[in-house]
Design a protein around this ligand. Sequence first.
Ligand SMILES: [Zn+2]
Length: 305
Amino acid sequence: MSVLSKPYFHDEAKAFEYLESVLWSGGIVCPHCGVVGGRVYELKGKTTRVGLKKCGECRQQFTVKVGTVFEHGRMPLNKMLQAVYLMTCSKKGISAHQLHRTLEISYKAAWFLAHRIREAMRSGDLAPFGGEGGVVEVDETFIGRKQGVAKPRGGQRHMIPVLSLVHRESGQCRSFVVDKVTRDELVPIVLQNVDRETYIMTDESGVYKGQFRKLFLGHGVVNHTAGEYGRGRVHTNTVEGSFSIFKRGMKGVYQHCSEKHLHRYVAEFEFRYNNRHALGCDDSQRAAVALKGLSGKRLTYVRAH
Ligand SMILES: [Zn+2]
């Protein structure tokens, strides 16, 4: 039996019950007054919306969708749950075209839904990570195509750089779409995001030369050009591994990704990468963790391409 045959993927009332069980496992939370586990009344009746509740404290009405990625979506919740499932559990992601065919919704609706889910996947984590004598690997990759820039004979000036930081011990990754691979652009991102009690590992790029040794515990430099793929602890294999997953996905699924949406695809890959261990191998458990991760994130407006 396929996971997608579960009732909450096909029945809207069941979808509400499922989302409530995932998001309110510690008691119902009123999104208006914030009370947890307070008196809540079920509103029932022929014309009442599915899942509608009334808070006994502030007397306001709400459903479990309020404040989540699902709040303003017009399609049935069970279809949106299918979309989240497909986006979080397929290793490389899923294109809007595929969502449109699988969920039997319009391409436009699929495109907007996918971008809303991606937007919710952005971690927005601002506290520095690493620390405790651990290692953060720093590297850049190039992806896609800049608009209006001709392909040069050599080099990657026509592509969009993405900077990634991977904390080796926890396997957590942060990625940033950047304008240029320059010291001014990249070094501040590392300084803002990495705890000082960390060893930094980079390749031999001149951009990082002399920037980290004094500020962090140390700076290991891998010399790729000399054919040296890491001496013991000094390597960037973890961050390169994350790039290879990202690149395979971008090539296979998202062939026509425009520059202005790239940060959302980057966020989607980062979300899957960062949740890969916590999620275990049980797909329905993975979807539940993803749903928790996606809730409570107010979404910004997504503009069409
Ligand atoms: Zn309330």
